[in-house]
Design a binder for this molecule. Structure first.
Ligand SMILES: *Cc1c(COP(=O)(O)O)cnc(C)c1O
Length: 430
């Protein structure tokens, strides 16, 4: 770090010099890890540009239409480019998909009919999905209310219980769901290899079972995606990795064309499918964000690794551990103390470019059971590819840290969080 940066951090940001030094020392140890990340970034960048070139993306695709949105060339182009990147037959990528939960719910409700069974084999799904399935909260419009059956194979030692998959699958099993990312749990994200080994087992039992992967936070972490192996269909959010920080909203679903057709009929209406729907002028942001995504994901992962290094050496348990193979951008830290979780999140918030002078407080959130604290001083509301940290107010008080459009911003956030904890005597730096 140049002296001018050091002086700015110490004097104008008023960071404790011990904090700056501690983080810089940890950073020094991480160079070789960062090199590996850069290699994947480079490959994914070329992959994305190639998809844009092969599909003859041109500037007229950034225009948009009105009303039904017939002949919205940009909309179709986005979907072709997504298909190529994820190596799938088809894609549905729309700014009108409100969130990742919406994208996933469209997939589940588009493909499952009354009497069909959904089996999640990666343990409990992400919190908001419990509500859309009908496992928590009220039943209105949930899968369970529509007569879809649901089962969940618990994890075994935080891994997919491969030996037990066969005992959970019945003749009614229409779909198996797998969640790649940690979510609000205490396990590592599943690697693509782990997901595809589990899918192989499912397919051996019955190759007609649809294997769905919730790919949220996993895009561009590795040099391939679960859809390149044996996942039939996948979904994710554009205000996470693939939106590259520029997509204002949206979700994507990629997979087999027969399945995308069903999901599209749910998203609009049977008979209309993918052929309607406005892009509201979002195509440029969606594609420019996709262009930037491999780079931004790499910045975010470097931030997560730095965070793991700093907090694990201070004695906190981290998930994943510093040297574990990563399959999402999330870094969880176990605080075992609600106050520490809050102070950590305050520190992250105070490093934000937007709303830096706000203090996050735990509150109720739509879709979540417990109160959640969320630090997110983001340009795009709720965007968690931007530097953010959140955690449900329940034991063992994990902070889930993710994102960062630049590594430098991550580093500042880490210093600010540590500085805040130090100020309240919640950590000791020797
Ligand atoms: C974020 C997330 C979702 C839901 O996405 P939202 O955009 O927050 O609705 C679903 N599954 C996983 C694993 C996620 O991380």
């Amino acid at each position: 770090m140049l002296n001018i940066s050091y002086n700015l951090l110490a004097n104008e940001y008023d960071l404790d010099k011990r904090v700056i030094k501690y983080v810089l020392d940890k950073e020094m140890e991480l160079k070789s890890k960062f090199n590996n990340i850069d290699e994947i970034k480079e490959y994914n960048q070329y992959k994305v540009i190639k998809a844009m070139q092969d599909n003859n993306l041109n500037s007229t695709h950034f225009t948009w239409t009105t009303g039904y949105g017939y002949d919205d060339m940009g909309r179709d182009k986005v979907e072709q480019i997504y298909s190529q990147i994820f190596k799938t037959e088809d894609a549905l990528v729309r700014p009108t998909i409100a969130s990742g939960t919406h994208a996933i719910n469209l997939t589940l409700s588009g493909l499952l009919k009354p009497g069909d069974e959904l089996v999640y084999i990666t343990g409990a799904p992400y919190d908001t999905l419990k509500k859309s399935i009908g496992l928590e909260g009220d039943m209105k419009g949930t899968l369970l209310e529509f007569g879809i059956k649901y089962k969940e194979l618990p994890l075994k030692d935080k891994k997919i219980d491969l030996d037990n998959i066969k005992n959970y699958i019945t003749k009614d099993t229409k779909m198996v769901g797998l969640q790649r990312s940690t979510g609000y749990s205490n396990r590592n994200a599943f690697t693509i290899k782990e997901l595809s080994d589990a899918i192989d087992i499912v397919k051996e039992i019955d190759q007609n079972i649809i294997c769905f992967v919730d790919n949220c936070y996993g895009e561009f972490i590795e040099e391939y995606e679960p859809s390149e192996f044996n996942a039939d269909i996948m979904a994710g959010s554009l205000i996470k990795n693939p939106g590259g920080g520029l997509a204002l909203s949206g979700g994507y679903i990629v997979g087999r064309s027969d399945l995308i057709e069903y999901v599209s009929n749910r998203a609009t209406a049977p008979g209309i499918g993918k052929d309607c729907g406005l892009t509201f002028g979002m195509t440029r942001n969606v594609l420019q964000g996709l262009f930037l995504a491999p780079h931004i994901v790499s910045e975010a992962i470097k931030g997560s690794i730095l965070l793991a290094s700093v907090y694990s050496s201070l004695g906190f348990e981290t998930v994943p551990k510093l040297n574990d193979k990563r399959s999402d951008i999330i870094q969880a830290i176990k605080f075992d103390d609600p106050e520490k979780l809050i102070k950590f999140c305050e520190g992250i918030q105070s490093a934000s470019p937007v709303d830096s002078y706000f203090a996050p407080v735990p509150s109720e959130m739509p879709g979540y059971e417990e109160e959640v604290i969320m630090a997110a001083g983001a340009f795009i509301q709720g965007s968690s590819i931007e530097l953010s940290a959140d955690g449900p107010m329940r034991e063992p008080y994990f902070a889930y840290y993710q994102g960062g459009l630049t590594y430098e911003h991550c580093k500042l956030g880490i210093m600010k969080s540590l500085d805040n904890l130090l100020k309240y005597n919640m950590v000791q730096i020797l």
